[in-house]
Design a protein around this ligand. Structure first.
Ligand code: ADP
Length: 601
């Protein structure tokens, strides 16, 4: 639509111009033609008049009546040779003769323009519409003077119809119009072609420029000429090329920045200098509990979506420098965060906005707390046996050594405590090795039946002493990929716990079976269950029993020689094998530990 309008407007303008100039030229030609025609006619009439004046006698005398008769007669004769109407007017305006009309019916002709002009200047020409003949007439009048005195005698007038001239002019007009029309058509066609040759490439370029504006940077103008239009097309193509490279670079950078913001574990919020939030990443959304859609475009002071660190931003605005604070967030969940607000801008005086970085330090602080608690626990655990070793050896040194019986029992206690100390240090070293992953698993194909037998054998004596029945349930042979020693360590820990926390006469059962849900795609799992008929674990303690040094009953654990680290080591070892461990227990009935391990690591 637009291109049609564009092209036709140019063509129309051209055609208008051509039409108007052709019309002007035509009018000028016709006018000149008409004028020269009439001028020639005038000269002819004048010549004729001059001949008539010389060849005839215009000074006839006599009565007016006879004069009129004479001249009328004479002019009638002359009309034949002149081929035009002749009138003779005396110098006082009285018509003395006329080749066409009766002079008696004609009024005084002094008022006729051509007569007046002739009387004054010698000649007079006038074009007038004759009401009698109903056509335009050319009147030429010549003054007749006395040869000697030069006195004005009269005026001889000749008149001719302009019908012939007008017909000729009309014909001329007709040819001119036809000629001009044909010329007009040709010129219009040619100018249309010219206009099109100019506008077509411009239209193409406009289309491409629009596509570029719509981000289609692959659009190109076909360049086939080397003139200015071709150069323009070339320039548009180059512009599109450079735009594309630049946009690619921008998109690439934007993509990088976005993926950083999407995946970074810091919450990032950006506030524009007008106080509106312009950027927020997923971590920040999660930490403050509002979505991007809710916050973007909102002022940071919004009451609808209150930010927990509005005050801090205000402090930053006031001071004009970076501020940092640790804060507890209560919504959507309780979190300890470190908030950093930094003014951003070209320099200190020109602040464009604020960058808020939120760092969730809940876990960090929990780990720090755990570590210090662990150190305190370890010290405490070590202190107890050391204190009793120290106490008993002191008593021995201060005299008890002499009483052989007492000395023997004291030394027995010292031996027990040092053994405990040894176990504790052993477990601690083990745990730290496993946790720091310093000792990788020695994987091999393990015969589970064999491992269970070995473990049972190791705890056999203790069980027997406590009159506890050990039961093994294993139908088919099971092989799995595991670290044999570690696997045995797991089972031993669970079995000895079962024996420890089960009163005399109880039963500890170990069973294993293959997870029958496995198929070709999944290698399958083995499930090992260690259960006892012991004292059980209260429900509120269940979630914590895998923690280091956590015991339900401290005295009981200690008296049975426990370190409080066994289950913690078990859990770590199971996880190293990519397995899971869970516990079910009922106080007074028994406890059951279930381990699920993959057959192939
Ligand atoms: P401990 O060396 O004290 O046995 P563990 O880490 O092996 O330490 O176990 C932690 C605590 O879990 C124990 O102190 C005990 O209270 C409880 N517990 C573990 N196994 C059993 C079980 N089979 N029956 C009852 N309580 C158990």
């Amino acid at each position: 639509m637009g291109k049609l309008r564009f092209r036709s407007r140019l063509t129309l303008n051209l055609i208008w111009l051509i039409g108007i100039s052709m019309l002007g030229a035509g009018l000028l030609m016709v006018t000149l033609f008409e004028r020269s025609h009439i001028e020639e006619l005038k000269q002819n009439l004048l010549r004729e008049l001059k001949v008539l004046v010389i060849t005839d006698d215009w000074q006839h005398t006599g009565e007016e009546e006879s004069l009129i008769a004479y001249y009328t007669e004479r002019l009638h004769q002359l009309r034949e040779s002149a081929g035009a109407r002749l009138t003779y007017v005396r110098q006082d305006g009285v018509v003395l003769g006329d080749s066409e009309h009766d002079p008696w019916t004609m009024d005084n002709h002094l008022g006729r323009e051509e007569i007046a002009k002739a009387l004054q200047n010698g000649t007079g020409f006038v074009i007038r519409h004759s009401s009698t003949l109903k056509q335009n007439m050319l009147y030429a009048a010549l003054l007749i003077q006395d040869d000697q005195t030069g006195a004005k005698i009269g005026v001889l007038r000749i008149s001719m119809s302009l019908a012939d001239v007008e017909a000729a002019v009309q014909k001329f007009w007709m040819y001119l119009i036809i000629g001009m029309f044909v010329l007009f058509i040709i010129v219009s066609y040619v100018s249309y072609r010219i206009a099109r040759s100019i506008t077509r490439p411009i239209e193409k370029m406009t289309r491409v420029a629009k596509q570029i504006a719509e981000r289609n940077y692959h659009s190109r103008v076909a360049v086939s000429r080397h003139d200015e239009v071709g150069q323009l097309a070339e320039a548009i193509n180059q512009m599109s090329d450079s735009l594309r490279t630049q946009m690619d670079r921008i998109y690439e950078n934007e993509g990088r920045l976005n993926s950083i913001l999407e995946h970074i574990r810091f919450g990032v919020i950006m506030v524009h200098q007008d106080g509106k939030i312009v950027l927020i990443n997923p971590t920040a959304e999660r930490l403050i509990g509002f979505t991007r859609d809710e916050l973007l475009g909102q002022p940071f002071t919004s009451e609808r979506y209150p930010l927990p660190f509005t005050k801090l931003i205000e402090v930053c605005i006031q001071r004009g420098e970076h501020v940092r604070e640790e804060q507890v967030l209560h919504f959507p969940e309780e979190r300890l965060v470190e908030i950093n607000v930094t003014p951003i801008g070209a320099d200190k005086d020109k602040v464009n906005g604020f960058l808020i970085v939120i760092h969730d330090i809940t876990e960090l602080r929990r780990l720090e707390r755990m570590r210090s608690e662990f150190v305190a626990n370890v010290s405490h655990e070590l202190k107890t046996p050391i204190a009793s070793v120290q106490g008993f050896s002191e008593t021995l040194l201060s005299g008890a050594l002499d009483d052989r019986e007492t000395a023997r029992s004291f030394i027995q206690i010292i031996y027990h405590e040092s053994e405990r100390l040894n176990r504790l240090v052993g477990d601690l070293l083990d745990l730290s090795k496993i946790e720091s992953k310093r000792s990788p698993l020695q994987l091999s194909a393990v015969d589970l039946n064999q491992v269970i037998d070995n473990s049972l054998q190791m705890v056999d004596t203790v069980a027997e002493n406590k009159k506890i029945k050990l039961v093994k349930k294993l139908s088919d042979p099971i092989y799995l990929e595991a670290d044999e020693d570690r696997l045995q360590q797991i089972l031993m820990n669970l079995l000895s716990n079962g024996i420890n926390y089960t009163p005399e006469g109880g039963t500890v059962t170990i069973s294993a079976e293959l997870d029958d849900k496995h198929d070709q795609d999944e290698p399958g799992h083995v499930q090992i269950v260690v259960s006892d008929t012991g004292i059980g674990i209260p429900e509120e303690d269940l979630p914590r029993i895998f923690e280091r040094f956590y015991r339900v009953d401290k005295a009981r654990s200690r008296s049975s020689g426990g370190t409080g680290l066994g289950l913690s080591i078990v859990k770590h070892l199971v996880e190293l094998h990519h397995g899971t461990i869970r516990v079910e227990s009922e106080v007074g009935i028994g406890t059951q530990f279930t381990i699920i391990l993959p057959i192939i690591q």
